[in-house]
Design a protein around this ligand. Structure first.
Ligand code: THU
Length: 135
């Protein structure tokens, strides 16, 4: 999926801004995400940690769940911002894969400098997708 440069910048900027709201007192690793729907809306998300550590949720999943809970299921791109340009975890790759392997995944650091760009299918080869359950 090709995306205009100004849309890429806008998406990264939204993820940078969202990151301020990360609730990450345990890891101190703040993550911001911004998800672009095919209809042109942007849903952002942050990681939300919990004293019961496994109850933590990642920023990407918050963005996806916010969007899906409002009726969106088609995603064009997601920007993920961390201090060091970290890449989405396996669980978030799987959650994104549910809605399409073409989604563009952009990574950026805390200053909003883009550090990587992938298609989801390259981050999650041979993904387990909904069609695998259809018999
Ligand atoms: N985290 C995310 O928000 N997204 C990822 O893809 C990787 C990890 C969060 C979870 C936790 O709050 C912190 O980063 C450290 O793992």
């Amino acid at each position: 999926m090709t995306l205009e440069n100004d849309m890429k910048e806008q998406l990264i900027e939204r993820a940078v801004l969202a990151r301020r709201w990360s609730y990450s007192p345990y890891s101190r690793y703040a993550v911001g995400a911004a998800l672009l729907t095919r209809s042109g809306k942007i849903y952002d998300g942050v990681n939300i940690e919990n004293a019961a550590l496994p109850s933590t949720i990642c920023a990407e999943r918050v963005a996806v769940f916010k969007a899906v809970s409002e009726g969106e299921r088609e995603f064009t791109a997601i920007a993920v911002v961390t201090e060091n340009g970290g890449s989405p975890c396996g669980g978030c790759r799987q959650v994104l894969a549910e809605f399409g392997l073409e989604t563009l995944v952009m990574l950026a650091n805390g200053e909003g400098k883009q550090t990587g760009e992938y298609q989801l299918k390259d981050l999650l080869p041979d993904a387990f997708t909904p069609d695998k359950l259809a018999s």
